[in-house]
Ligand binder design. Structure first.
Ligand code: NCD
Length: 320
């Protein structure tokens, strides 16, 4: 017999109407999301269980920047919870006729949308929507600022694979300057008690980032032996206006994860990458497809994290 689940008890603290970043969340709130994601994992493992906990909720995906993983993942997550989804594609909308970003969002909200998932190239765009809309807003990446659900799924993967986060050393490698994934990971990991090292070419690692409480390194081989997890960030060519390193080959040589570097690291070194990955640049195929890599697990965990976030916000806007 199929069991239909229509409610999930949450006893841990939450209280937010929006999910805009990890900078202003407490460690307790982050743990609430990770634990709820684990609960959704248990509940959706057997195909026999249907979750109808967000029946009647409408989730709109407003993506003003390209996305494969994040958009698809929010879509599937919402549907697994029983919500209806609507997809908005900026290039095919009335934005091309001159409508403003906020007017577009207000128009979509007026059709009865409860939660808005927003990705935009401008830092702060989801924050603006949060001030203007009654709907709950989830930041799916705002320029170089934050990408909270990516950092949450990274942390869920670390906790699953290595058993904890507190006391671990995590290296974020690559284009720190332009990476919203780096910023959200830094906030989240530090709150949960990890040590964070940011590592990359000096041109892509702003010195001021040390103020957040991270160590800065420019030599991957030097830090590797004391690292439990490396998170390989993509070089954000689309956000760069200058040449930040001499050539891609040189970048790969100094900062790319390859078989030789895996052998120099700890035995169970965990390799993460938010994707899209550039094989041969941030990591070689041997590493991407090897036993240390959890890249596809990250994608699966993304669903669980997004289910947890959508559920918590839907509760908050009074939808379930
Ligand atoms: C990241 C993003 O868009 O910020 N991708 C993702 O969401 N999985 C990272 C990237 O584009 O490099």
């Amino acid at each position: 017999m199929t069991e239909t689940i229509t409610d999930i008890e949450i006893t841990a603290p939450w209280g937010e109407r929006h999910l805009l970043g990890l900078e202003h969340l407490s460690a307790q709130q982050i743990l609430t999301i990770l634990n709820l994601a684990d609960r959704f994992h248990e509940l959706t493992e057997g195909a026999s269980k249907k979750l109808q906990v967000l029946n009647g909720t409408v989730v709109a995906n407003l993506f003003f920047e390209n996305s494969t993983r994040t958009k698809t993942s929010f879509n599937i997550a919402a549907r697994r919870l029983g919500a209806d989804t609507v997809d908005f594609s900026a290039s095919r909308s009335s934005l091309s006729k001159g409508e403003t970003f906020v007017d577009t969002a207000l128009t979509i909200e007026a059709m009865g949308v409860d939660l808005v998932v927003c990705r935009h190239r401008t830092p702060g765009a989801p924050h603006l929507l949060a001030r203007k809309l009654k709907a709950g807003v989830l930041n799916a990446g705002d320029g170089t600022h934050e990408h909270p659900t990516q950092a949450l799924l990274d942390m869920l993967t670390i906790r699953q694979r290595l058993g904890r986060i507190e006391g671990l050393t995590v290296a974020l490698v690559g284009d720190i300057r332009h990476s919203r994934v780096a910023r959200s990971n830094i906030h989240g990991l530090l709150k949960l008690g990890a040590k964070v090292i940011v590592c990359g070419p000096a041109t892509l690692v702003p010195k001021a980032i040390a103020k957040l409480g991270v160590e800065i390194a420019y030599n991957l081989d030097e830090i590797l032996p004391r690292v439990d997890c490396v998170n390989l960030l993509r070089v954000q060519f689309e956000r760069q206006r200058g040449a930040f390193f001499p050539s891609i080959a040189e970048y790969a040589h100094l900062f790319g994860m390859n078989g030789e570097r895996i052998r120099k690291g700890k035995e169970n070194l965990l390799v993460l990458a938010p994707g899209p990955i550039n094989r041969g640049v941030e990591l070689t195929p041997e590493v991407a497809d090897g036993p240390n890599s959890a890249i596809l697990t990250q994608v699966s965990n993304g669903l669980l994290i997004r289910m947890a976030c959508l559920y918590l916000l839907a509760k908050k806007v009074g939808k379930s």
